[in-house]
Design a binder for this molecule. Sequence first.
Ligand code: GLC
Length: 552
Amino acid sequence: MSLSWRDVNAIYQIYPRSFMDANNDGVGDIRGVIDRLDYIKGQKDSLDIDAIWFSPIFPSPMADMGYDVSDYCDIDPLFGTLDDFKELIEKAHARNINVMIDFVPNHTSDQHEWFKESRKSRKGPYAEYYTWRDPAPGGGPPNNWLSIFGGSAWEYDDGRNQYYLHTFLAAQPDLNWDNPMVRDEMKRVVRFWLDLGIDGIRADAVRWLSKDPKFRNDPLTEIVRKAMDGTEGEYNHYIHKYSRFWKNLFPYLRELTDVVAEYDNRIMIFEDYPDANYSTKEQYLGFYGVNPKVAMPFNFEGVWTDFYADAFRTFITEFQGMLDPDEHTPVYCFGNHDQSRLVSRMGGDEQARLMALLLLSLPGLPTVYYGDELGMPNTPVKQEDIQDLRAFTSGDIDSTRDPERTPMQWQTGQYAGFSKAKPWLPLGESVRHHNVETQQHEADSFLSLYRRLLRMRSRYEILRTGTYEAIGELEADVFSYARWLGDQHIYVALNFGRLDNTVKLPHKGRILCCTHPVDYPEIAEDGTIMLRPFEGVIVECSEHPLKKDLDE
Ligand code: GLC
């Protein structure tokens, strides 16, 4: 059975190439996930997370590791078969785990049948499935739009003597969403997977579904910013005013999500990194406005927020302030397959533990990236072992996303229990401590912390759906907030500092969890708690934490 999304404690992102390799070819597969469902939920030792989403598992030449889909309605043999996937859904549902897939609506692989047909001729049923333009009057690309992965977004094709648009790799031509036939195809795909029984969909790179139909040049920006998604370089010299986020984006997403709304208890989560050229409010409320009951955007701000109490407090409080708690579900995401690992980004294990406590005590549907629950850091990948093509096309070898995509670390020993064959990406030194077997029974391990937080989040509805409010003035390095639901109240205090810091509980309470679940700080008679460096606590209050302020 599926769980009601309101009851889901969090979503676990599985990068299928790297989770578990059952057929020992060095690449993870669906059967591997089936074999490890006990790890996810249902046993005494399980992580106990209620939903899983998979990065793409569809047939693909793997130029962008599956984000170049050549058939939307099947499974790549590397990962198994459609029957394997059906079995996975069935077995996951038997454990009350919801299953989500990744849907890539903006582009296909250049090996997709539609594209093969489309590039053959300017006539025919698939001619307008992609964005084709004649060369500029003097020759060359039709305009100055750039690919995020480097160079022009246009690729010349001899067959049609025209250019096609590709926002990502040249092997990922952009679909033409202005063509109603393409939109119908996409709705059919969504229906196919929903009929198969999946509970949700993560929709990839949606910002690019609508572009300026006049194909005007993007203007140069005066201030070169590092993009929110971490990309740098020439791409950020432009304001992407015409090449993305155009006027039909929300209507198109509405059409797509209306299909989701036909089914009971299904959701769609949009991948969208805020664009510095628009206000976050405009963007978030735009995405929430699409189909609020079934669709919501990720909030990725935690990915590029520096490790300071005031920085986290500001973004979370502003974001929560925009939302209507009865209508909008926040989806906080602090890490994924495109971002440096949490431990490496935040500065170390202790900081990452604090992030776990923060993430899992915020409202909505937080997402946990596989391996973060073990505190896996980035794994160094030698230049000759790099698999991520973006590292080459962008001209910046350091932009490789491989270090955060390395195999799940199940145990010590050869290939960390992931496979019997040499894995597609290397394993690093961190296997010694950051592995499931070692952490499984250590009361103070990362895994124990995540497990405890997840179980608490299942038990305490207030943590999932309760209201959020930042408490008091920002003092020193501590970020505190209250959550409440009816007459239940929870208080969270997070010390982002390298020194001890004291907080005073507004009311009496008892600690439910802290960053080191074996070593709780004391609550003094007068309600003060001394937080050690990078320590965080979740406190169940016996009175409303804000009541005092309200009474005064
Ligand atoms: C998304 C994916 C990323 C992929 C890109 C193109 O950002 O998360 O991995 O490369 O879209 O599909």
